[in-house]
Design a protein. Structure first.
Length: 156
């Protein structure tokens, strides 16, 4: 089974189900989200109480923007996860949440094992502004089997 990096976009409920299905079906998986990492750092080191308020989200957005501008944070964070994935013998899937288009373009440029997947609730229109490798509609009944079909296709 080859290692893959998935930039996952779309509906939160469908992304959570996608993640659950992948983990429950013999794919050793890590998840990465640069904003969640900043939330962790903020809670551990700066006294954030864990309440996700509008003020908190605004702070994280501003902090990420400053770190990206100053240190290319999101790309550095993502590259560290990719390097860790490459060195780990057990893990086969890295799912990136909230990956910017810019970072996706850089990591996908010379790596055919980076895939962009969009998941949505049934009836939602497919986004036309970005080219996704896979689009999976969460219709309930067959969603999990289509997630598995997609995973088998990209890891074979």
């Amino acid at each position: 089974m080859k290692k893959v990096i998935i930039a996952l976009y779309g509906d939160s409920e469908s992304k959570n189900t996608f993640n659950k299905v992948v983990k429950e079906n013999e794919f050793w998986t890590w998840n990465g989200n640069s904003k969640n990492y900043l939330s962790f750092v903020t809670r551990q080191n700066f006294g954030w109480d864990g309440k996700r308020t509008a003020q908190f989200y605004s702070f994280i957005d501003e902090l990420k923007e400053l770190l990206d501008k100053t240190f290319n944070f999101e790309l550095e964070y993502t590259n560290k996860l990719i390097h860790k994935l490459e060195k780990d013998d057990k893990t086969t899937v890295l799912i990136l949440h909230g990956c910017s288009n810019e970072v996706y373009s850089i990591i996908a440029k010379d790596n055919e094992n980076v895939k962009r997947i969009y998941v949505s609730l049934a009836g939602e229109p497919k986004p036309e502004d970005i080219n996704y490798d896979f689009y999976i509609e969460n219709d309930g009944a067959s969603y999990e089997s289509r997630v598995l079909e997609t995973m088998k296709k990209i890891t074979s």
